[in-house]
Design a protein around this ligand. Structure first.
Ligand code: DGY
Length: 325
C-alpha cells in the first residue's frame, strides 16, 4: 500500500507495552492504546477507523476473529516472532499484510536457553528452595551435586536463528553441538563443519546430554516430545524448551521426570499458558520460568522498532523484511 505523504497510519494497540516502546510508537503513528480487557471488542465498537491492529501472543487471531475485524484494518502487527496464534491463510484471504519481529529477540532468547540449561544442570530449583526456606545447614561435599555443561553434547532441534545463537554460546561453554533440521546447514553457515547433523529427532535425542527445542510449533512438530521420543533419551538427559509448550506432551514428560528416566527439564514455555500442567509444580528436577525468553529491555525495544520500520516501509510502498503475508 502507499500512504499519502504526511498521512500517519492509525494503529490500534491491543497489548500492554513498556513505556519507551509506547513513546516510539506514538512518535511514528496515530496510536490508540487500548486498556479494555477485551480490546478487540473495543476495536469493533470504536467510532474511529484504524489501518493497523497491533497485538501479541495472548490474542488468538483465528479465521473467525480475522473475519470480524473492522473493514478499515489493512495490516496485523504481532509483537512476537512466533505466529502460531495467527491464521495466516485467513489473513491472506482477507488481503491483510502481516508483520512480526524476527531477529531482534534472538540473543535474549538464546541467553535464556543457556540460563535454563545451567538451571537444570546446577539444580537451581532445589538450591533456591533450600536457601529461601532457611533450611540450609552449611556447605557439604554431598550437597546438591549437579553437572557441568563443559564437555557435554547439546542437541538442537531447529537450527534457525535462535538455535544457531544458542550453539555459539554453548560452544563457548565447551559443549559440542548436534542438530536436527529440515536440511543440513549450508557450507557458508558459521556452524558448518562444527555442528553435526542428525536426520531425525529420534537420532538426535539418543546422542546428546542436553536436548533443546528451538523449532516453531507446526503440524509436524506439535507433540514431538512424547513417550516414544523420551524412551530413546539417556537417563541423565536435560530437556530444554524455549520454543512453544505444545511441542511437548506434558503427561509423557512429567512421567519421565517423575520416574527419573531423564535427569531434568528447563521450561520457559507451556501448553495452555498460563494454566500449565500442575504436575510440574512438585518436581524438583524442573527449572521453570514464566515465558520470559524475550523479556529484556533490548528485545522489547527491538520488537517495537522492527514493527515501526516494517509498517513505515509498507505505508510507503516498500518491501519490509519482517512482512510475512
Ligand atoms: C515470541 O515472540 O514468539 C516469543 O515467544 C515471545 O517471547
Amino acid at each position: 500500500m502507499t500512504q499519502e505523504p504526511g498521512d500517519r497510519l492509525a494503529v490500534f494497540v491491543a497489548v500492554e507495552l513498556i513505556e519507551p516502546v509506547r513513546r516510539e510508537l506514538e512518535a511514528a503513528f496515530d496510536v490508540v492504546f487500548s486498556s479494555d480487557p477485551e480490546p478487540l471488542r473495543a476495536l469493533r465498537e470504536s467510532d474511529r477507523d484504524f489501518d493497523v491492529l497491533l497485538f501479541a501472543l495472548e490474542t488468538s487471531m483465528d479465521a473467525r476473529t480475522i473475519e470480524s475485524l473492522p473493514p478499515g484494518i489493512r495490516a496485523l502487527a504481532t509483537y512476537s516472532v512466533g505466529t502460531d496464534h495467527i491464521d495466516l491463510e485467513a489473513a491472506r484471504r482477507r488481503g491483510l499484510a502481516v508483520f512480526h519481529t524476527p531477529g531482534v529477540l534472538a540473543d535474549s532468547v538464546a541467553e535464556n536457553a543457556i540460563f535454563l540449561m545451567l538451571g537444570v544442570a546446577r539444580r537451581a530449583t532445589e538450591s533456591i528452595d533450600l536457601i529461601r526456606s532457611r533450611a540450609w545447614s552449611g556447605w557439604s561435599p554431598t550437597q546438591l551435586v549437579g553437572l557441568q555443561l563443559s564437555g557435554r553434547r547439546l542437541g538442537i532441534l531447529g537450527m534457525g536463528d535462535i538455535g544457531s545463537r544458542v550453539a555459539h554460546r554453548a560452544r563457548a561453554l565447551g559443549m559440542t553441538i548436534f542438530y536436527s533440521n529440515r536440511r543440513p546447514l549450508p557450507p557458508d553457515h558459521a556452524l558448518f563443519g562444527t555442528a553435526q547433523f542428525c536426520a531425525t529427532a529420534e537420532e538426535l535425542i539418543a546422542d546428546v546430554d542436553v536436548f533443546l527445542l528451538a523449532c516453531p510449533s507446526t503440524g509436524e512438530t506439535r507433540g514431538i516430545v512424547d513417550a516414544s521420543l523420551l524412551s530413546r533419551a539417556r537417563s541423565d538427559l536435560i530437556l530444554v524448551n524455549i520454543a512453544r509448550g505444545d511441542l511437548v506432551v506434558d503427561a509423557a514428560l512429567i512421567d519421565a521426570l517423575r520416574a527419573g528416566r531423564i535427569r531434568g527439564a528447563g521450561l520457559d514455555v507451556f501448553a495452555g499458558e498460563p494454566d500449565l500442567d500442575p504436575g510440574y509444580f512438585d518436581l524438583p528436577n524442573v527449572f521453570m520460568l514464566p515465558h520470559i525468553g524475550s523479556s529484556t529491555l533490548e528485545a522489547r525495544l527491538g520488537m517495537g522498532r522492527i514493527l515501526i520500520e516494517g509498517l513505515d516501509a509498507w505505508a510507503s510502498g516498500k518491501t519490509a523484511p519482517n512482512r510475512l503475508v
